[in-house]
Design a protein around this ligand. Sequence first.
Ligand code: ADP
Length: 486
Amino acid sequence: MIKVAFIASEAVPFAKTGGLADVAGALPRFLGARGAEVRVFLPLYGSTRARASELSLVKKADFSLPGWRGAHDRFCLWESQRDNFRVQLIEQEGYFDRPGLYGTSGGDFQDNGERFGFFCLAVLEAMKRDSFRPDIVHAHDWQSAPALAYLRHRYAQDEHYKSTRSVFTIHNLAYQGLFDGDILERIGLPAGLFHHQEMEFYGRLNFLKAGILYSSAVTTVSPTYSREIQTPEFGCGLDGLLRHRSHVLSGILNGVDYSEWNPAEDGRLAARYTPDDLRGKARCRTDLLRTFGLPSGGRPVPVVGLVTRLAGQKGLDILAESLEDLFREKLRLVILGQGEPALEERLAAARDKHPAAFGLHIGFDETVAHKIYAGSDLFLIPSRYEPCGLTQMYSLKYGTPPVVRATGGLEDTVQEFDPAASRGNGFKFQEATSDSLLQAVRRALGVMKKADLRLSLIRNAMACDFSWDRSAGEYLDLYRRILAQP
Ligand code: ADP
């Protein structure tokens, strides 16, 4: 049985700001179902602690971290047994008991390098003291990448980790964890790693680079994104290194946890529905419009939904430029999101201008998200880049065809609908421009007007299967391959 240590900074239902949490919450269960023994390691945030009893968190042990030069050096290990895997959480109030996971609306926490260095080192120490000897350490994104630097540079001779191999998954290359070089010694790594062939990057220390350099294999969350990041356009300055590591780099598409995301069973919706009986979807639409305070009577007007972080990556500036033209198409727009204050303000100003057509909810709200996936007619994702994207997979399952920019995982999961053959599950546009977006939305609205085409499209969308089981199989194959290497 392969033993896997999953190191991540968020996982549902413990903590979530984006797609990483969905992945780290679901993939371990599917690896477990295929026979792997998985332990997931997370920080214990204040928001997680507040729900301790609901999550059946129990305190396990109290440790100190020898040789640590940061502000705090003790931690407690907490645990929650899930169906077929175990979650262990690192509690250190000084580092993790704060509002927000990585920062506040005012910006990132100043000591994020120290916080996540501590988290990673504590995880490796906890596994040793708990006699959990992983075959694979699977770390995710910059927050967990230091674990691979510690394994390579602190535990290389350690008996406990002598046969351990590692996988590093990049969920988003743009977030790299950049800090001043002098942090290295404080977090217990050799100062010599501040070198351009190691973790140094244009005068700063780059955590993500450690994941790429010191792992046995690197993955990204879709095949297309794994190719894109090797080009200057998408490489965020690391494309050269990624080309150099291309022999260990691959793309494995994320999946969907259909026990959470299924309109036939979703208790958050006003009604449930299946591809054969879509009456419930119409009720969800009315409920959605009411939720957003938009008019719901009269002849149905198409509803276009978005659930998104409000960040430059997500192409909301392209959407903002298109708004006047979109509203001329007589549609309703509903957006749930939070993020960059400038984007929040720009969208709020547009909503004030079109209060009967535009519903905006600034915030993070799982229930409203489910209502949008179900109650919209089309789902819009104008991303400039998208490593995988989960929202198009959810909207497909909820029979809400996505209109997407053809990039990354969106390219891999959405096929343009062909009315002549009734094939395809959505609509794609190539250029990151307002014109290109508008043309795709108009094509989609044209199809949605014709009842028979609309029904074929919705059924094609709902028939798509992105279950985690297939991806879990690909990860296990990768684990086995690297374990078989000399
Ligand atoms: P990313 O990880 O870049 O944010 P993904 O598409 O991979 O994008 O995952 C986004 C996840 O976060 C989805 O589960 C989506 O439903 C959820 N999400 C994003 N914004 C919100 C929000 N404001 N409220 C609730 N859920 C949200």
